[in-house]
Design a protein around this ligand. Structure first.
Ligand SMILES: [Zn+2]
Length: 309
């Protein structure tokens, strides 16, 4: 079967529906993975404890029909749930546009679909990781390390990368953070400048795209993160930690088992002032990685031709 045999609307519809469903599952991942709960059981339930019926759990549609309130107890359902579902659908759609529909009409379908499914898995895993990092200021190993292994295994689906460049990219991604921001920073300032999670995330980016993707993610992620920090500072006057980070630290202290600053960059409250403000870098690395996934080809050709050999 070749690409010309499949009508584009069918591929788009299938991708958007699949993406919405995956987005709905990502809401479960974002809530449960940082709490070390199973993503499979129990079935979805409301904050009040009542199970959510299947017809109230349809991505986007249910939230709109229920006008953002739970059927059981009337509790407000955060608009973030339908937003993550929507992003899941948009990312899957974008993958189909870029990976499948831009290919030559005579291309065989199977390799294109395999590559598109892998790229969707990447985009969706990064989406979950971004929200987990925003909430908890850490990136789960299941996504970063698991994703890097999946990136190596799936590298042959991306012929322009392949296994050797994937492995090199993985090493470059890890050490470009690990050496300067963790080893050197600790030697000079006695603490680490970035979390190990960011190093593992960039290892995943490198294994997926090769080292060019690492450089772009670091460069564009830093610029976008800095701009976002400036906007937050201008509007609020300070950068606050997420509520759940403060709650987790207090809970650990109350149990008499405080977090270890060696492994946990948020073990201590931030130092006062702008210089001590902490901002999760993961979401900005992820935003840049997604930009590279969808626009890397154009960016590579037009602006940084030397990065794509
Ligand atoms: Zn309820």
């Amino acid at each position: 079967m070749i690409l010309a045999d499949l009508p584009p609307w069918l591929l788009r519809t299938f991708a958007i529906l699949l993406g919405l469903l995956v987005g709905s599952f990502l809401n479960v991942v974002i809530w449960r993975v940082p709490r070390e709960e199973s993503v499979v059981t129990p079935a979805s339930h409301c904050a009040c404890g009542k199970p959510i019926a299947g017809y109230d759990n349809i991505p986007l549609v249910s939230w709109l029909l229920l006008r953002g309130r739970a059927r059981c107890c009337g509790a407000t359902i955060s608009p973030r749930y339908p937003f993550v579902e929507l992003l899941g659908g948009v990312l899957a759609w974008a993958v189909v546009e870029v990976v499948v529909l831009r290919a030559h009409p005579s291309s065989p379908v199977l390799p294109l679909v395999a590559r598109a499914l892998a790229d969707m898995a990447l985009a969706h895993a990064l989406l979950a990781a971004a929200f987990i990092d925003l909430d908890h200021m850490f990136l789960p190993n299941q996504i970063t390390i698991g994703g890097a292994i999946f990136a190596l295994l799936s590298s042959t689906l991306r012929p322009e990368v392949g296994l050797a460049r994937s492995a090199i990219g993985l090493m470059v991604g890890f050490f470009v953070i690990y050496l300067p921001f963790i080893v050197l920073y600790r030697l000079v300032r006695g603490k680490q400048g970035m979390g190990l999670g960011d190093a593992k995330l960039l290892a995943l980016v490198g294994a997926w795209f090769g080292w060019q993707g690492v450089l772009f993610a670091l460069f564009a992620g830093s610029i976008q993160g800095t701009l976002a920090a400036i906007v937050v500072l201008a509007r609020k006057g300070k950068i606050e930690e997420p509520e759940s980070v403060i709650a987790e630290r207090e809970a650990a202290e109350a149990e008499g088992d405080p977090l270890d600053p060696e492994d946990d960059p948020v073990a201590l409250p931030p130092e006062p002032g702008v210089a001590g403000a902490r901002i999760a870098f993961g979401p900005f690395l992820i935003l840049a990685a997604l930009e590279w996934l969808f626009f890397g080809h154009q960016i590579g050709e037009r602006f940084v031709g030397f990065l794509t050999d």
